[in-house]
Design a protein. Structure first.
Length: 160
């Protein structure tokens, strides 16, 4: 007979295993889910096939994101024609705040709000910013947790 404590321990481990399976690891083949974008359009992951993708989790109130995102924008503008795409997923509570921030900063990369599918990716690696770089082969080429510096971001161009 299973005690209540054993049952709760097993149930907790099972619940924790779900999100862990969704967290991506370097080298893993991944597929991005659809996302409603801040500009009102819908993001179709199929448009990213064969491209290098930087998936960033960020927030308007994150000081490290504020330092990192101008470098990401510069990289995006310089290498978009070579197949670099950036998809930024805001964890803010307000889509309006995130959209206003993107507009005020003049960022041209795609951005949307955290939804349940993207929350499964973000959940286990708390903290901001988080960047997953996905290669043309759909494999996670790099995971950066915390602020990336300009030279780190420039280094991503080598994957193109």
């Amino acid at each position: 007979m299973t005690s209540r404590r054993q049952f709760l321990a097993t149930a907790s481990a099972t619940l924790l295993a779900g999100p862990a399976a969704a967290a991506w690891d370097q080298g893993e083949v991944v597929h991005l889910p659809p996302l409603a974008l801040l500009d009102g359009s819908a993001f179709d992951p199929a448009v990213l096939k064969g491209k290098v993708v930087m998936l960033e989790f960020w927030a308007t109130w994150c000081p490290f994101c504020a330092k990192q995102n101008p470098h990401m924008e510069a990289l995006h503008r310089a290498h978009q024609a070579r197949g670099l795409e950036i998809l930024a997923v805001s964890i803010d509570k307000s889509a309006k705040a995130a959209a206003d921030y993107m507009r005020a900063k003049g960022y041209s990369f795609r951005a949307g709000m955290l939804n349940p599918a993207y929350e499964r990716i973000y959940r286990l690696r708390r903290g901001l910013p988080q960047v997953y770089v996905i290669g043309r082969d759909s494999r996670v080429a790099r995971i950066d947790l915390g602020e990336m510096f300009e030279e780190d971001i420039r280094d991503i161009a080598r994957l193109l």
